[in-house]
Design a protein. Structure first.
Length: 280
């Protein structure tokens, strides 16, 4: 088996893929129906012909530009595995910074009630509820298909009893009587005109609904900010993921919405990544 998946790795290296060994290992696990330890333990075994054919078929999809996470139908995020489908954004490692900031805030606010607007796979809300057993919340999405994946993921990680799901755009999905300790979102933030220029792995495989932030990439932030202040409990906060160089415009949107304290957090690459807004 080792020779088989390494041959695929070498093909990926020749094609200059970014992570050839990891991609080959993950696709081999999928094709062979075994986990990472199984791939190691069965290194010297001969792979059946049908397994080799299955791996070659998956490798061709990867060489054609399809992301590994789309091929295997799931992505690891915050140490948890999340099912994907055609309506969900593929969760990115940089979004873990939003989760980390939210958990840091929650450390001083026990038993929070949260809302995750535009949840997709549910990765943000589920990761937080998995880490904070006293947390409860609501997750919303415009796409019914995305909510199907999110519900599955909530069941998979045993937080479904503390997380409810609502379909609709932004605040329209949330009853007016609901108030929250923490508002979270990783909304679409790419300007409409930029989408045709994105790398094929994003442009062809992530749903446009989860990418398109309107003419300037800021329309979702305006929609969220419009009701955020009155949807918070006293002492509550908003944590949003933003695109590189969107810190200043999103901070202005939140300030105009009535937040007295707005912070822009940069990621390890020095790029704007998270905005935190509160009244304290």
């Amino acid at each position: 088996m080792g020779l088989v998946w390494r041959r695929v790795r070498d093909r990926f290296r020749a094609a200059s893929l970014d992570t050839p060994e990891l991609d080959a290992r993950l696709l081999a696990q999928q094709a062979f129906g075994i986990d990472a330890m199984g791939l190691i333990r069965r290194e010297r075994e001969t792979a059946p012909a049908e397994w080799v054919e299955a791996l070659d078929a998956l490798a061709e999809r990867r060489l054609a530009g399809e992301p590994v996470s789309r091929i295997i139908g799931e992505r690891e995020f915050w140490g948890l595995k999340f099912q994907l489908n055609g309506a969900t954004l593929d969760p990115r490692p940089e979004t873990e910074m939003l989760v980390a900031e939210a958990i840091r805030w929650i450390e001083h606010h026990p038993a929070p009630y949260i809302v995750d607007l535009g949840t997709g796979t549910g990765a943000i809300a589920i990761s937080i509820l998995d880490a904070i057993p006293a947390a409860r919340g609501i997750a919303t999405d415009l796409a019914a298909e995305a909510l199907t994946a999110a519900r599955h993921n909530a069941e998979r990680h045993q937080v479904a009893g503390r997380l409810s799901f609502r379909q609709g755009p932004w605040w329209q999905a949330v009853p007016h009587t609901e108030l929250f300790d923490l508002i979270l979102s990783n909304p679409p933030y790419i300007a409409s005109g930029v989408i045709p220029t994105l790398q094929p792995e994003v442009r062809l495989f992530d749903p446009e609904l989860a990418l398109d932030g309107g003419f300037d990439g800021l329309e979702p932030y305006r929609a969220i900010a419009a009701q955020a202040v009155r949807r918070l409990k006293p002492g509550g906060a908003v944590v949003l993921e933003i695109g590189a160089n969107q810190g200043d415009p999103v901070a202005r949107i939140m300030a105009r919405a009535g937040f007295s304290r707005v912070e822009v957090q940069k990621d390890l690459a020095g790029l704007d990544r998270v905005v935190l807004a509160s009244h304290s």
